[in-house]
Structures are given as structure tokens and as C-alpha cells.
Design a protein around this ligand. Sequence first.
Ligand code: ELE
Length: 313
Amino acid sequence: MDILAIGEPLLEFSVTDEQSLDAAESFAVGYGGDTSNFLVSASRCGAAAGYVSRIGDDHFGTALLGLWQREGVRTDHVVREPGGRTGIYFISRHAAHSSFTYYRAGSPASRLSPADVPETAIATARALHVSGITQAISASACDAGFHAMKVARRHNTLVSYDPNYRPALWPLDRARAIVARSVELSDVALPNLEEGRALTDLDDPRAILAWFAALGPRTVVLKMGDQGALLWDDGRTSEIPPHSVVPVDSTGAGDAFDGAFVTRLVQGATPADAARYAAVAGALTTQGHGAVHPIPRDAAIRSALEKDPILNH
Ligand SMILES: O=C(O)C(=O)C[C@H](O)[C@H](O)COP(=O)(O)O
């Protein structure tokens, strides 16, 4: 396996009639959960990807297994809990802004624990990806994330980490403490500007980048949506210009960026090349509704990158 991720997948219900959630009459069904989105992106970019998670033996668990099978994401370390109810979330839109409503409390993934961490698989993988959402859903899932990171470090498996701060899932002060410790344990940190501001109380992107870099990872990418990204790598800062598109729904763009970035890194690309490729992957993901459906494949990313006069220099 090239890349493993640990966390919670979700079935996704996206309002299609532009109504608020209390008035909506139709929903498009899709898939979400940041670490599952990450793995689909990694797999579409050409990585051998595998998931560490827990789902129910309900219909939604079966639907997610079908997704991973179609996408070539390995599920050897996905446990199906008898009687478990797989988590779901709803996407509704107010103007251009999407908001998420979760029904995930008590889900099988919230019962992830260090006992679920496949030490041999992590030791032999190229990279392990953990997110703040994995840590926010329960104390035992948080412990599982830390245990997985420590196993990875012991075996020189690259650790990538996305804070994916979700205020609805945990209080800011707890998130700050856990995110800071997790960035210390990571080789690559992948925050976005909005959560960077919330977590650091800083405003300036370069100051936020420096805050993350000071915690010790080798590489930090601050994702800034249509403003592109800032890359800090081994002491040097560079700007990654945006791949310009007209966005429809940004859900999953950050996860698609992460999956594309880590895939290119483990394939041997420089962080700057990986970030340009990932910027295109993230931008293309905003071109359709829902988190997973619009995530692009390697060929589409390369062709858009070749035609981009600024990113392709
Ligand atoms: O919020 C959660 O718990 C989820 O996992 C649902 C979504 O699929 C991701 O949040 C999308 O993440 P972005 O790539 O940052 O848009």
C-alpha cells in the first residue's frame, strides 16, 4: 500500500432544490468524510490507497464499500460493526457558501480505537494521513490517530495531517491543543486559511504558515482557495498560484488537494511540483456538486495543468 488514511466516511445528502434544509424536497446522494475523500483522490491520482475505519452493516455501509471497490481503495482494515449505523451528513447552500449538518454521533467510526490501528500495514506504507475530524469525533478515535502517527514515525512512513477544523464537532481550545500536537508529529501539514485563522488567532497568511512551520513539520501547505496556496518547505516559502475556475461547490476540494499532493510526494515529485498539481486537483473538484463525484483523475489534472499558463511554467 502506498497511502493509508484513518477516519470516518459519511454518506452525503446534498440539497438540490436550493432550499434550506428545513424546506428541501430533494437531495443528491453522494459520499463524503474527509479521509475517504482523500483516499479517492489519491487513488484517482494513481496511488495504491487503503482505509482504516469502522462502518455499520447497514445500507450506507454497503454503499460506501461499493464506492471504495469501484475506486480501487483497499478495505482490509475497515471493520463492519453488526448493528452499527454509518454516519451521514447534509450539504445545504446559502448563497455560494455550503454548510454541513451531521448525523454521526455514536457512529461505528466514533468507536475507532488504538486496537484498530494496523501497525504492520502502516510500517510498510509510504504515507499515513490523519485529520482533525478523525480526532474530533471521539476520544478513542483521537487516540487511534495519535497511535497511528507514532507507529508511522517509528517506521519512517511519511505522516500527513489536515486539521480540517469543524467548529460543530469540538470546542476551539481542545482543537487547538490537539492540532498543535498533531502538527508536531507530522511531516506534512495541510491547513486552509479559514481554519488557520481560527486556530492561530492570526490574520496574515504568511504568519499562519510560520505558526505551523514552527511546530516542526518539514512541509506546510496553506490552502487559500481561489487565492492559491502558500508552500513552506524546509525553510523556504513560495507561492502557488490558483488554477482559475468558476466554482460550483467547494465541498471536498481541500481533501482532493491533500490526496493529490501526498500522492505526488510519494511518487517522488518536489513539494512545489506536487502543490501545483494539487492546486489543479482542488480547483477541478469545485466544478461539480458533492465531495467525491467531481474529484479529478490524473489525466484530467495533467491536461489542465499543461494548459494553465501560470502554473505550468
Ligand atoms: O465535515 C466532515 O466531517 C466531512 O468529512 C464532510 C466533508 O466530506 C468534508 O468535510 C469535506 O472537506 P473539505 O475538503 O474540507 O471540503
